[in-house]
Design a binder for this molecule. Structure first.
Ligand code: GLU
Length: 491
């Protein structure tokens, strides 16, 4: 069997978003599963909106997510160039072929004329279609238009008016389109650039692509593309159209406000782990046979099948992503999480490089605790702030009242003694101190825990007491308990 060749052909007209990344990922998985090749092609025929900066962002984010490219832009290969703007002669060559075979023709109709045509059709209640005005122009007529300075487009000549075109889609089965819904569509624009539907066919054919996996929004383009494959005697690849991704309101996922993140980099910047996003994206349209929710890359590759992909739309659920990411953060190697968290703590102004070098082990303890309470690493500074900031009470008056309650002094004095007596200052040992206090003192559990938490953190809730004390250290713990006892005499 010949080699499987897949492609990811983004247009560099914006920062790469969730939907495109999911398409890249599914292509990558299918390529890896079948020992195939994944090709990155940059579709930059929209000259006004395409930029090198967006192209670089695409490459950077693919790399971040661990989607490696075998051939294409930034990598090279024998079917290049891999940027459409560098392939114009190829498109021209194949457009010429179609013109020669009379499967395409030049159309000189102006925007205004086309607009009028559309209006007339709508007024008649017809579907707006090109009316074929330039289909059979004589040489003289063409010359006249050229002399008028009109710039032609090239249109595909639709010859069969009532023919079924069947797209054999691996995910959706046979999808039939009738040529009656099409018209003589444009394959070359008047600015000398090919249209998407034309360039994509030439490239996929010349790059020997065997399967096209892309978003469902391209399904309706596929019949036009099949017509071009056939007109040029190219073999038609297999198609698989991935379900749409909807937001939680079941609207198409797109950026509507500052809170909606669709650009992949926003997740990276907030501190989502690539492993977690990878896992999450795979589930946008696919699920493994055994309903497991977190799988390794290898498990995903092993289980991944195109015909397991859902036909129905996938819903992007940020709570699910947060859950997956939180789980990865808690289970990942601690040093890795520390490395990734340091920039956020620096940005918050809590630490600098010198501090990191001097206090790495302490920092590690802090992050070990803080990571239990976050969804993404950008939340680490907030979660860990009590270890970096001076003690501050959320409600000082309330705290004073609480410290004045019966039993509190007894708890604090005994707690201090027991902590000082510990042979090892470790969370597990600190934990046993609390069990002993509860057993030995004539006070309830709340009187043991709550005033202590308040005295040590200034807050009503937060990380577990054993961890707070462990990180603050014995001296600071005793200082804070003493300070609380002193506060009782405040008026
Ligand atoms: N450049 C197109 C896009 O980003 C590619 C579509 C396709 O895969 O054919 O939507």
């Amino acid at each position: 069997m010949s080699e499987m060749r897949l492609r990811f052909p983004p247009s560099p007209t914006g920062k790469i978003h969730i939907g495109n990344m999911r398409t890249a990922l599914f292509n990558w998985l299918w390529a890896r599963k079948n020992n195939g090749k994944l090709i990155l092609r940059i579709e930059d025929t929209d000259q006004k909106r395409s930029t090198k900066e967006f192209e670089d962002i695409i490459i950077k984010e693919l790399d971040w997510l661990g989607i490696d490219i075998d051939e294409g832009a930034g990598v090279g290969g024998e079917y290049g160039p891999y940027r459409q703007s560098e392939r114009l002669v190829l498109y021209q060559k194949y457009a010429e072929k179609l013109l020669k075979k009379a499967k395409a023709y030049r159309c000189y109709c102006s925007e205004e004329e086309l607009g009028q045509m559309r209006k007339d059709a709508l007024a008649r209640g017809d579907m707006p279609k090109y009316n074929g005005h330039c289909r059979n122009l004589s040489r003289e007529e063409e010359l006249k238009y050229i002399e008028e300075g009109r710039k032609p487009v090239i249109r595909y000549r639709l010859t069969e008016e009532d023919k079924d075109i069947v797209v054999n889609d691996v995910i959706r089965g046979d999808v039939t389109f009738n040529t009656s819904v099409l018209d003589d569509f444009i394959i070359f624009k008047s600015d000398g650039m090919p249209t998407y539907n034309f360039a994509v066919v030439i490239d996929d054919a010349l790059m020997k692509i065997t399967e096209v996996i892309r978003g469902e929004d391209h399904l309706s383009n596929t019949p036009k593309q099949i017509l071009i494959y056939e007109a040029l005697d190219f073999p038609v690849p297999k198609f698989a159209h991935l379900p749409l991704i909807l937001d939680r309101d079941r609207a198409k996922l797109k950026k509507r406000s500052e809170d909606d993140d669709v650009y992949i980099g926003e997740y990276r910047e907030k501190g989502y782990l690539p492993e977690a996003l990878f896992n999450f994206l795979v589930f946008l349209g696919w699920s493994p046979p055994d309903d497991k929710e977190i799988l390794t890359r290898d498990e995903i590759i092993k289980n991944f099948e195109l015909n397991n992909i859902n036909k129905s739309a996938a819903v992007f659920d940020i709570d699910k992503l947060n859950w997956v990411n939180g789980k990865y953060i808690r289970e990942a190697d601690l040093d890795y999480i520390v490395e990734l968290s340091i920039p956020y703590l620096k940005e918050a102004g809590y630490i600098d490089e010198v501090f990191v070098e001097k206090n790495y082990e302490w920092l590690k303890k802090v992050i070990e605790v803080a990571r239990t309470g976050v969804d993404y690493l950008g939340q680490i500074p907030k979660e860990a702030e009590l270890f970096f900031k001076k003690l501050e009470f959320e409600d000082k008056e309330k705290a004073v009242k609480e410290f004045q309650e019966e039993g509190v002094e007894l708890v604090f004095t005994n707690l201090k003694e027991k902590l000082i007596d510990l042979d090892e200052f470790k969370p597990e040992k600190i934990s046993t101190v609390f069990s002993e206090l509860i057993k030995e003192l004539p006070v309830g559990g709340r009187t043991v825990y709550h005033p202590t938490r308040l005295a040590l953190t200034g807050m009503d809730s937060g990380p577990e007491m054993k961890n707070v004390i462990y990180i603050l250290g014995i001296e600071e713990t005793i200082n804070r308990l003493d300070k609380a006892l002193m506060m009782r005499y405040k008026k």
